[in-house]
Design a protein around this ligand. Structure first.
Ligand SMILES: N[C@@H](CCC(=O)N[C@@H](CS)C(=O)NCC(=O)O)C(=O)O
Length: 244
């Protein structure tokens, strides 16, 4: 990992156990300085005009680079930007760059996007029967996506998703799998078929053992098990699920 200038300063907008979590993990792991800005999801913070100026979608996370004066939204875009600083080795050859980009986009616009269907089903299918059917469909698709990730992790060169070593992909994947097991509160997918996901399980356990990852989790009131059969954060969960 590359050492960084101490003057790099970020502002991370987030709320406990929200999509800011993988970003925080990458910042903590790289030792990058950042300030925390808590957004009150349950209290309308995502709709505040000042927040909408940073992310017109009104979604977390946002990462402001105070040195450059830029505000970045979309988890994948933020992680790519941090990855350019923290892990240049993943972008230094055409083969490594292709793998990083392909799997980052897969996590962002397939796994994460479909998880949003799972979390916010009523927005897409307001009628209860349609919502149940949609959630069942999404559930089976999510398991297929995890099977593809399991195959990718089966490269025989260590526990991380990329054979070149750890990257921003690992915390992103780990948090997506965490949330799948915890949310929505009324129907989380508590049981994942770990017997068919041994490499992903090893990846998650390896990541959870890193002090920087645990430190990032603690900043979001998360202790205990992080990724495999995870524990809920130690707070009023309305702060996490917000406007539903
Ligand atoms: N595509 C967005 C999705 C981010 C996202 O789902 N953020 C959640 C927090 S975990 C959020 O802000 N949810 C509020 C809402 O959808 O109303 C990204 O990757 O940044």
């Amino acid at each position: 990992m590359t050492p960084f200038a101490a003057d790099v300063a970020y502002r991370l907008y987030g709320s406990p156990d929200s999509a800011n979590l993988p970003v925080r993990m990458v910042l903590e792991r790289a030792g990058l300085g950042y300030r925390d800005v808590r957004v009150d999801r349950a209290g309308g913070g995502l709709d505040e005009p000042a927040f909408r100026r940073l992310n017109p979608q009104g979604l977390l996370p946002v990462l402001v680079d105070e040195r450059q004066g830029t505000a970045l939204f979309e988890t994948g875009a933020i992680l790519l930007t941090l990855g350019e600083r923290c892990h240049p080795e993943h972008l230094s050859t055409p083969a490594a760059r292709s793998a990083l980009l392909a799997w980052l986009f897969f996590l962002s616009n397939t796994l994460h996007a479909e998880l949003r269907l799972y979390f916010y089903t009523a927005r897409f299918a307001p009628e209860p029967d349609a919502a149940r059917a949609l959630r069942a469909q999404v559930h089976s698709r999510l398991l297929k996506h995890l099977a593809l990730l399991e195959a990718q992790a089966d490269h025989g060169r260590g526990p991380w998703l990329l054979p070149e070593g750890e990257s921003v992909l690992d915390p992103y994947l780990a948090c997506l799998m965490r949330w799948l097991q915890l949310y929505p509160l009324d129907d989380p997918c508590r049981e994942l078929p770990w017997e068919r996901l041994p490499r992903l399980e090893a990846l998650l356990e390896e990541l959870a053992a890193q002090p920087a990852i645990r430190r990032a989790a603690r900043c979001e009131d998360i202790t205990g098990r992080l990724f495999v059969a995870p524990d809920y954060p130690d707070l009023d969960l309305r702060a996490v699920t917000g406007r539903g």
